[in-house]
Write a protein that binds this ligand. Structure first.
Ligand SMILES: Nc1ncnc2c1ncn2[C@@H]1O[C@H](COP(=O)(O)OP(=O)(O)OP(=O)(O)O)[C@@H](O)[C@H]1O
Ligand SMILES: [Mg+2]
Length: 176
């Protein structure tokens, strides 16, 4: 089973994130929201599975748009990450300026079918599975998901993953 095997590829986070933002364009227009992308082109998640990381980005972006503030702004960033350990890492973050999440709910968000406000979330179109899937994928990558929110001031979802910054391509040196 794929879940029990570690991923093997290398995933450039900037390109993957841009593709997911583009896919959400219709929903962004409906919600009159803007996405600001701060992406380090060198950020590589590895070992990593591109399809699964796309799912992570899609779920987090979709949450920011569906559960965030209509007319609001979402900031997506990808870059070198604090590892807190010995391994090098990259961090992907999605921040919104919506209503946020009351502190007591944060530890339970990744439970399957868990929704902060079932009525509101249902009208926002959710079944409560997105973050459970995100958590599962992040665990498979031996990464970490950190959720921070101040009620009324938005939420930030940070995913730390093993990876590195790709070495910058060297400019060909001019002949002396
Ligand atoms: N950015 C956010 N701002 C405020 N609340 C959020 C945000 N992201 C998630 N939540 C809350 O966490 C709950 C769980 O999120 P999750 O993605 O697991 O499910 P969902 O979005 O409701 O449904 P699904 O992802 O299956 O379509 C949501 O129902 C919502 O209450
Ligand atoms: Mg969701």
């Amino acid at each position: 089973m794929v879940e029990h095997q570690p991923p093997v590829g290398e995933v450039p986070l900037a390109a993957l994130t841009r593709a997911e933002i583009a896919g959400l364009e219709p929903l962004l227009q409906v919600r009159r929201m803007e996405v600001e992308a701060r992406l380090d082109e060198a950020a590589l998640a590895a070992p990593a599975d591109a399809e699964q990381l796309a799912q992570v980005v899609r779920n987090l972006l979709e949450n920011a748009v569906r559960h965030g503030r209509e007319g609001g702004r979402v900031v997506v960033s990808a870059g070198a990450g604090e590892t807190g350990g010995q391994r090098a890492g990259v961090v992907l973050a999605v921040a919104d300026d919506g209503p946020g999440i009351p502190a007591e709910h944060i530890p339970r968000l990744t439970e399957r079918f868990y929704r902060v406000d079932a009525g509101r979330s249902r009208s926002a179109g959710g079944t409560g599975l997105g973050l459970a899937i995100v958590k599962h994928i992040v665990n498979r990558h031996r990464g970490r998901l950190v959720i921070e929110s101040e009620e009324g001031a938005g939420a930030v979802f940070r995913v730390w993953l093993p990876g590195r910054l790709a070495a910058a391509r060297r400019q060909p040196r001019a002949a002396a």
